[in-house]
Design a protein around this ligand. Structure first.
Ligand SMILES: Nc1ncnc2c1ncn2[C@@H]1O[C@H](COP(=O)(O)OP(=O)(O)OP(=O)(O)O)[C@@H](O)[C@H]1O
Length: 409
């Protein structure tokens, strides 16, 4: 390595980011301070009122929160519980909260392990919670012991709760006190879901204990989305955002359904595209291109852990959706396209019944949509029809990032 190469790198390392001053402010995981949270004053105070007893060690009310994606459900739940935890500690109450993303912990045992580990401190309790190897009951037993040993009250946030495969865990957690599992510790649950139909899958008793309170978060309008973005403007260097950038990103996100996540994603992507272009301004065209990138990124994330067969099923659906005017397709139609695709991809074709299982799994994961209605043709009973939730172009671009698919064309 010559010195020259080294010094040319130095100039890159030394240079400042021309676009972003504090990009973290636009990260989805980032929990903004209260003064950057827009239009959720009522939801924040309603939730805080339900949690209020916990500050002095009483039982917080179990709450169900519904609303479409990007309407601030997780943000409000995290913000309020973080604040409660800090305030309670000052009062000498041992309050702790735990956040579980149920898309990551989908089984009863996984949830109980995560909770027991989150609430435990083995040095203090002398209780160990191994990552595997115990029965579900044994994990519950350790969870209850940990809770009584270390906490006066805990708040458990179960985000995307409809992704749980087993609802028994909701029963156990929401009724732990009444069922005599705990001596002193109180448990409150905040269950969050995008699906109002989630309630239909719950046992009456679980529902009545979970639903002591229920909130529905409405979508944001374009003004609120603009405000949300303006309050994160300092993510960019001064003067970098052109006047059109925020209103256009807000208009795109409002068209979706008032999704703040989408708005912030578009804004961050627009900044990245400007940087890649070597431009020192974020312009309208960057925002337009960022919109498509945000859709593809979101969809790629949904698909990232899916096996090739499942991607092939969705890809086949996108190919017929592209070619035909219909929006919904029966398994049989998708199957024909899928079979041709498996030949091209050089993978085994599943049976039509197994393909239908894959499609149903994808529908459960919100990768595509499903309806059941009477099938076409004579003598047909009820049958499932599948449809894309995104543009076929977006779906294809996302799947083609897997080389197998892009090379097969
Ligand atoms: N009222 C708001 N003010 C400021 N930022 C917000 C607001 N609502 C949402 N956001 C931001 O939008 C993003 C998405 O919000 P959040 O994760 O809370 O949505 P959600 O309703 O839980 O969506 P999902 O159901 O997809 O998890 C986060 O980065 C969050 O900081």
């Amino acid at each position: 390595m010559g010195e020259e190469a080294q010094s040319s790198l130095d100039s890159i390392w030394e240079s400042k980011d021309p676009i972003f001053a504090d990009k973290e402010l636009l990260d989805i995981e980032h929990i903004p301070d209260e003064d950057r949270i827009i239009g959720r004053e009522d939801e924040i105070s309603d939730l805080a009122n339900g949690i209020h007893p916990a500050i002095r060690g009483g039982k917080p009310r179990n709450t169900l929160i519904y609303g479409k994606t990007g309407t601030g459900k997780s943000l409000v739940a995290k913000h309020v519980t973080r604040s409660a935890e800090a305030f309670a500690q000052e009062q000498g109450t041992r309050l702790q909260r735990a956040y579980i993303d149920c898309t990551q912990a989908t089984t009863e045992t996984q949830v109980v392990i995560k909770l027991a580990r989150a609430f435990n401190d083995p040095d203090e309790t002398d209780i160990s919670v191994p990552l595997s190897g115990l029965s579900t009951n044994a994990y519950y037993d350790r969870l209850w012991r940990v809770l009584d040993a270390r906490h006066d009250v805990v708040i458990i946030i179960l985000d995307e709760v409809d992704k749980l495969q087993e609802n028994n865990v909701l029963m156990q957690l929401s009724r732990a006190g009444e069922a005599g599992k705990l001596d002193t510790c109180k448990v409150g649950i905040l269950a969050i879901s995008n699906k109002i139909s989630f309630k239909d899958s719950l046992d009456e008793r679980v529902l009545s204990s979970l639903q002591e309170r229920e909130f529905i978060f409405p979508p944001y309008d374009a003004n609120q989305l603009r405000e949300i973005m303006r309050h994160r403007k300092d993510a960019f260097h001064e003067g970098v955002l052109t006047d059109d950038a925020i209103p256009l990103a807000a208009a795109f996100a409002a068209q979706e359904h008032g999704d703040a996540r989408k708005a912030l994603d578009i804004l961050r992507n627009a900044g990245e595209l400007a940087k890649d272009d070597g431009d020192d301004l974020v312009r309208e065209e960057h925002v337009r291109n960022a919109r498509e990138k945000a859709d593809v990124d979101r969809f790629s994330k949904l698909l990232q852990d899916q096996p090739t067969q499942s991607k092939a099923a969705v890809y086949a659906l996108s190919l017929i959706a592209d070619a035909k005017n219909d929006e919904e397709f029966a398994t049989r139609e998708i199957y024909e396209r899928y079979e041709q695709l498996t030949e091209r991809l050089d993978i085994d074709a599943l049976s039509q019944r197994r393909l239908a299982d894959r499609l149903n799994e994808q529908a459960f994961l919100d990768i595509l949509g499903v309806t059941d209605r009477v099938g076409r043709g004579r003598g047909k009973g009820m049958t499932n029809f599948y449809y894309l939730l995104e543009d076929p172009g977006v779906v294809q671009t996302a799947i083609e990032s897997d080389q197998r698919f892009s090379e097969s064309e």
